[in-house]
Design a protein around this ligand. Structure first.
Ligand SMILES: NC(=O)c1ccc[n+]([C@@H]2O[C@H](COP(=O)([O-])OP(=O)(O)OC[C@H]3O[C@@H](n4cnc5c(N)ncnc54)[C@H](OP(=O)(O)O)[C@@H]3O)[C@@H](O)[C@H]2O)c1
Length: 278
């Protein structure tokens, strides 16, 4: 049955990085398995966004879902993060590049708006620059024009967010970061986000934290509730207030990742996992 309900903020994001020729098939499969939120980027080096669009079209044709039943998120990536396959004119101003990149994303995805548009990463690791400010203001204009419902930033440090708060009238709705257990699962950024109602999206929850997956606190709990350690990590992420991403290529793992939404960790267990390594 197609689902037509609009989704404001989803509970799991299916990530489409590094899938190349399998992108369309895996995007459709993820929707068939029950994912309703898709993360991509207009960065051909790591994502095949047009393939995501093909997968969406196949899902619509198969009657799995309608556009309004999906949450679509894409990103603007600076030229430094791209290869030669650019979705904008590199000679244009950054503001124009943002507009061109999003226009190209909408074409790839076969839609007139996305639900979320992220800055893939700030220009510098040393702070929020004038370039970032120009890009962010251009993103705000795209949002005001209705081409995205919400805005976010990715790969940020606390300093970036603190400086954004000083410089801009509004903060992002989303922060998407690689989430390391050794940094208390990005604790300081998560606290900043929680205090300002920003939704924290965590990626590499499994791949960056293999030691957490193998830790007895996780494996014992997994055995007790008859789930996998990966499912415990996703359940923990949710208990810690995160919106998790997975980019699994496996049908079984898709089902397991989605089923982790049914696991409720006791507060003590969540606290223990949160401070396992930092
Ligand atoms: N903003 C950024 O800069 C950025 C950077 C990286 C990623 N992302 C986004 O985040 C998405 C996810 O990326 P990721 O870095 O989290 O890693 P990923 O590409 O999703 O890799 C997840 C790994 O965990 C495995 N896995 C997934 N579910 C599992 C389960 N239930 N049991 C056991 N293994 C499982 C997968 O193997 P199988 O395939 O065999 O299941 C895969 O090896 C990307 O596709 C992209 O959309 C964003």
């Amino acid at each position: 049955m197609p689902t037509g309900q609009p989704r404001s903020v989803p509970d799991f994001l299916y990530g489409t990085a590094w899938k190349e020729d399998a992108t369309a098939r895996l995007t459709e499969l993820a929707i068939r398995m029950g994912f309703r939120a898709i993360d991509t980027a207009n960065q051909r080096r790591h994502y095949f966004e047009a393939g995501v669009g093909q997968g969406l079209a196949a899902a619509y044709s198969a009657g799995l879902v309608t556009r309004t039943g999906l949450f679509l998120q894409t990103k603007f990536t600076y030229q430094e993060g791209q290869d030669e396959r650019l979705p904008y004119d590199p000679a244009a101003s950054l503001a124009r590049q943002v507009a061109q990149s999003l226009a190209s994303s909408l074409e790839h995805l076969g839609t007139d708006h996305v639900d979320s548009f992220l800055l893939h990463g700030p220009a510098s690791r040393h702070g929020w620059t004038d370039e970032d400010a120009e890009v962010w203001e251009a993103m705000v204009r795209e949002r005001d024009a209705g081409r995205t419902r919400m805005l976010g930033v990715s790969n940020v440090l606390l300093a970036h967010l603190e400086q954004m708060e000083e410089v801009h009238d509004e903060l992002p709705a989303f922060v998407q970061n690689r989430c390391y257990a050794r940094l208390g699962w990005d604790r300081e950024i998560r606290i900043f986000c929680r205090e300002r109602n920003i939704v924290y999206q965590g990626f590499s929850l499994l791949t960056a934290n293999m030691h957490a997956l193998a830790h007895p606190a996780v494996t014992t709990l997994a055995q007790q509730v008859n789930v996998t350690p990966a499912q415990i990590i996703f359940a923990f992420a949710r208990a810690a207030g995160m919106l998790p991403l997975t980019g699994t290529t496996s049908t079984d793992h898709m089902a397991q990742d989605l089923a982790s939404r049914e696991i409720t960790l006791a507060p003590d267990a969540a606290r223990e996992i949160e401070s396992l390594f930092g």
